[in-house]
Design a binder for this molecule. Structure first.
Ligand code: K1U
Ligand code: ZN
Length: 204
């Protein structure tokens, strides 16, 4: 989606902006690259990722590519192992409403510091498991600590869809997929569908 404003992208709030501001944003967004998203089953999606040792310009570029790839998919989250990078970072933006400003977030070396007793069941999807959805129950609210692209420590509370998404993405960094929260039969059925999808894509 290079050269245009994906719905929900930070630039989407510029839809009604001055044409010059819009061009500046498009030029900036065009510098980023879409990365390929790995499809389950893939051994890289089962690995525990390594902590990011320093917030370098390369990590910044990776995070920006991941945001663009997430908005383009479209999705509300994306973890580094899904683009083949086995490092502990993910991006997310759970703002779905076009009339609300986007809130792109980059979480480096994220950790859960608190979880609520109360749970929430959400029908989850995964960009690495296209078109498959299943209900997963997780804590409704979580606190997370992480490093930002500014290299500083952050801590915040996430609730509802934001909490579900943050936990789904943190799972990715530990080699866990949402289907690992399901029973064996459902997991195997989805895995077989993905194996078939990969065979078909390889033939095309
Ligand atoms: O990690 C991923 O694979 C991304 C995944 C995140 C997620 C979705 C639902 C619950 C928890 C985590 C997705 O974004 S799947 C696509 C999706 O949910 C979506 C796509 C377009 C608009 C809104 C949502
Ligand atoms: Zn996922």
């Amino acid at each position: 989606m290079r050269g245009s404003l994906p719905s929900g992208a930070p630039g989407a709030t510029l839809k009604r902006a001055h044409p010059v501001a819009k061009r500046i944003w498009i030029a900036y967004f065009s510098l980023m690259t879409l990365r390929s998203i790995l499809i389950h089953p893939d051994p890289r999606l089962k690995k525990v990722c390594e902590p990011v040792s320093a917030v370098t310009p390369e990590i910044g570029a990776l995070a920006e590519d991941m945001l663009q790839t997430m908005y383009d998919a479209p999705g509300i989250g994306l973890a580094a192992p899904q683009v083949g990078v086995l490092q502990r970072l993910f991006v997310m933006d759970c703002v779905k409403d076009d009339d609300v400003a986007a809130r792109p977030m980059v979480l480096i070396n994220p950790e859960i510091t608190w979880t609520s007793e109360e749970t929430n069941t959400y029908e989850e999807g995964c960009l690495s498991i296209p078109d498959q959805y299943a209900e997963v129950t997780r804590p409704k609210t979580v606190r997370m600590a992480w490093l930002g692209l500014d290299g500083k420590s952050h801590e915040d509370e996430f609730d509802a869809l934001w909490a579900t998404c943050a936990q789904h993405e943190l799972d990715h960094l530990n080699g866990t997929l949402f289907i690992d929260h399901l029973g064996r039969m459902k997991r195997q059925m989805i895995t077989r569908r993905m194996e078939k999808l990969k065979r078909e894509r390889a033939r095309a």
